[in-house]
Structure formats: C-alpha cells, structure tokens
Design a binder for this molecule. Structure first.
Ligand code: PLP
Length: 352
C-alpha cells in the first residue's frame, strides 16, 4: 500500500476470486463456469473482420445486444441495461441507489455485496438465514431498506418463489429490491415479470454461468425505464464503452441460440441430480440446490480438509472459511464425467 492511498480505502478488503490456475491440470469445479464451450453461433460470429474493427470504440448504447435481450425477455430496450459482467451491473446498482438508505442482504450470500458496501461506504444490515439456510421472506417484509438477494442464493443454491419475492417488493415500495439471478436458469423461477408491476424491482442476470461466456464479461439488468435510466447515468459517468465490441457480438449470438442454451442447461441439471443422488447415498448432506453447483458436507469431516484433499487429487472446489458454512464445500456442476470423478474422490477421501 502506498502512502498516497485515500484513507477511506485503507481498510478495504477486496473480493478474492476462486483460483484460476493457468496450467489446466485441474478439474475445475470452483468458480461455477460452464463445462461447455459457447454456442457455435458465438464462435462463428467472432470473425477476423470483427477483430479488425477493434480499432473503433464499441457501441456505447449496445443497441444490437440490448435488442436481443429485450426480445428474449419480452421487454422493451429501454428496460434493459448491459454491463461488463453482472458484477459491474451490481456495482452500479449499489452506487446508484444505496447512498442514504441502509441495505440489507442475507448473512450468507455472494461475497461481493459486502465488498461493494465497503467500497461505497454503505450502511449494511445483514439478515441471518434460517438454520436450514433458507431466506425468510418475512424478515425483509416492510423493512424500509434497500434489499439485495441472490436468487438462487450463493453458495447455498436455495431459491425463493416469485410469490415470496413479490411480497418483499410490494411491502417495501420506497426501497429498491435487487434480485441477482446469476443462477436462475438452472431450476429456479425468474422474477423478470415482476419488473413490469413493481417500479422498485431490478432483476440482474449474467452470461457467465448459463450462457458459457464467463470470460466475455457480460451481465444485464431488467427493470422499469426510470431505474434503467439511473444505471445509464452511473455508466455514462464512469465508463461509457463498458462492454467491448467482441463481447457485445458474442452475447448477442449466445442469447439468440435458445436451443444450445437449453441443451447445456439440461445437461448440467442432469449431472447435478446424478451427483447429488450419489453423494446422498454416501452419507453427504446437501442443500436442495437450484444452481449449477452443489453445496455439501460430510458429518465429522471438515470442509477445509475436503477441499485440500480434493485439490491434492487434482480437483478444485471452493471452501469458505466463514461461520456457519465452514463445514461445507461448494462444487460447480461440470460434465457427467467430472461429476463421476469428483464423487468417487469425495467418497474415497471421506472413507467410504
Ligand atoms: C457469478 C456471480 C455473479 C457475477 O457474475 P459476472 O461474471 O460478473 O456476470 C453475480 N452474482 C452472483 C450471485 C454470482 O454467483
């Protein structure tokens, strides 16, 4: 740290991403990427001609991409915001709406929310999940604050129903409710339709998990025109060309290939259900994950130890050294073959 860093950032603790080894030696089940490549339509859209156009700035309005997203969700282009990954979209949400009001979110959730609050100096109210890790919607009803909920939640994989989210949005008309649907495509209900009826609701999604474009860095928000205009204000005050040319093209092609999206999603759900069945037979406890990861533990076996023993066998998973969840590991659902290897190793390590 230099002596020039602002005092207000001296205690900032940044997000620690999952390991990204460069040598491809591991079965990588630690950052919830897809085991499948992007749609063939993405690959062919990224031509040499498009690369040559990199001398020009990207479209700051991302018109073609927004229009494809709008068509997919049955909303207007003015109800779509696109960002450099949904992390950026979330950052704009936090900075735009959470200055004065306190923001609340579950005590166990996506780690970046806390980082944004530190970065923007926001007041936080963490609401404990219930013992079974579910979100209690009543805890957020009528709370008079801004709210952010990952649905399905990370790293538990548990999801609220649309009806429950609706109750939260309806009972907090003066607070912004941000629903982070990074994992929604793997079996949960999306709240996009609610954005037409609630002017305080923002749904955030990403191309990283279910559309195999984590490295393309594209995320988006769907909400009413006024909220989207506020996000545009943030963006044009920070980085007008936030989504690069190639990523706009890739994301547009990805969202237009509904068939490939559906195939990959089904394969992942199938592999998740297969792995969770086998882990249960072997005495593991798992949450009912609606995401592309499993959250599991073995009674009497520490999560940290399971993580390192798996790593020693060439399998990377994620362990969170945090209260309430340090017995668990989070395991990205890969191909059927990856899951087979993981389950066999986990059983061997924990002694069955
Ligand atoms: C992965 C993830 C994101 C961020 O995804 P991007 O790659 O930045 O689009 C946001 N929220 C949750 C809950 C996630 O797991």
């Amino acid at each position: 740290m230099s002596r020039f860093l602002s005092d207000k950032y001296r205690l900032l603790r940044p997000y620690v991403p999952g390991e990204q080894p460069r040598d491809f030696k591991y079965i990588k089940l630690n950052t919830n990427e897809s085991p499948y490549p992007p749609s063939p339509r993405v690959i062919s859209a990224l031509s040499g001609e498009e690369a040559a156009l990199l001398r020009l700035y990207s479209d700051p309005e991302a018109k073609a991409l927004k229009s494809a997203v709008a068509a997919r969700f049955g909303v207007s282009e003015r109800e779509v915001f696109v960002g450099n990954g949904s992390d950026e979209v979330l950052a704009f949400c936090f900075s735009a709406f959470c200055g004065e009001r306190e923001i609340c979110y579950p005590d166990i959730t996506y780690g970046f929310y806390e980082i944004f609050c530190g970065l923007y100096g926001l007041k936080v109210n963490k609401v404990p999940l219930k013992d079974d890790f579910t979100v209690e919607p009543e805890d957020y009803a009528d709370c008079g604050k801004n709210i952010v909920i990952a649905n399905p939640n990370a790293p538990t994989g548990l999801a609220l129903k649309v009806k429950e989210v609706e109750k939260i949005a309806a009972s907090n008309p003066d607070g912004v409710v941000i629903i982070d649907e990074a994992y929604v495509d793997f079996g949960a209900e999306s709240c996009v339709e609610l954005t037409k009826r609630y002017d305080n609701l923002i749904v955030v999604q990403t191309f990283s998990k279910s559309r195999q474009l984590a490295g393309g860095r594209v995320g988006f928000a769907l909400a009413n025109e006024q909220l989207i205009a506020d996000l545009e204000l943030m963006k044009y005050s920070f980085n007008p060309y936030n989504v690069n040319r190639l990523s706009q093209i890739a994301a547009k092609a990805a969202i237009e290939d509904e068939e490939y999206f559906g195939e990959c999603r089904s394969k992942i759900i199938e592999a998740r259900d297969y792995a969770s069945g086998r882990l249960k037979e072997a005495g593991f406890e798992l949450t009912d994950s609606k995401a592309n990861f499993l959250f599991c533990k073995k009674e009497g076996f520490s999560g940290g130890k399971l993580y390192s023993e798996l790593k020693a066998r060439g399998i990377l998973v994620r362990h969170f050294d945090k209260p309430r969840i340090d017995d668990y590991v989070r395991v990205t659902v890969g191909s059927m073959r990856d899951m087979e290897t993981f389950v066999n190793a986990a059983k061997q390590i924990t002694g069955r």
